[in-house]
Design a protein around this ligand. Sequence first.
Ligand code: ATP
Ligand code: MG
Length: 193
Amino acid sequence: MDSGEGAGEGAGGAARQEPGLRLFFALWPDSATSAALHARARTLQAECGGRAMRRDTIHLTLAFLGDTPAREVERLQALAAQLEGERFALVLDHVGSWKRNRVLWTGPSILPPALAALAQDLEARLRVAGFALEERAFSPHVTLVRTARVAPAAAPLTPLRWRVASFVLVASERSAAGAHYRVIGRWPLQQRG
Ligand code: ATP
Ligand code: MG
């Protein structure tokens, strides 16, 4: 996940001339879900070492824009407001690890069609609007632990049900304390039917 980070140029490659923001679209958990995800992160950390994500930083990335001129924010907000996604339940019933960057994550073993549609529609509109995105396929996951020493043993997991009713635009800001995420827009998903 972390390979190639920082390579995002954003629209027009103008990021170097203007103050830029490091932006991404994401699903942000409600407080009960983030508490449950944080508990899962701590359990994994106890088993595998590393650094558990802070509760307030836990999210699922939908589309990563990277460095983007600040003036593009309004266009991104308008684009997001035009999406007509549906609400869905995301069942996080799987834990995985990436050896490459020592990340432990949780994700759904079944991709809800409404999530696939939302990610696809968002990506398509971003490309049409001229935002440069990487070609890699969408792989929904929630990072829970970084710099893990070992991979977790395969163990039965209580599925965690996250009712997703909105999506957000986030600015990733770095400080001495690590990444801090600032939500700069939120859009509701429609009730199905
Ligand atoms: P840091 O990189 O400072 O350790 P971070 O990875 O949490 O912290 P960002 O790099 O700003 O913060 O990334 C924000 C989100 O976007 C994270 O979920 C990250 O995994 C994801 N992300 C970062 N780079 C990419 C990329 N090139 N493609 C897809 N997703 C990415
Ligand atoms: Mg990163």
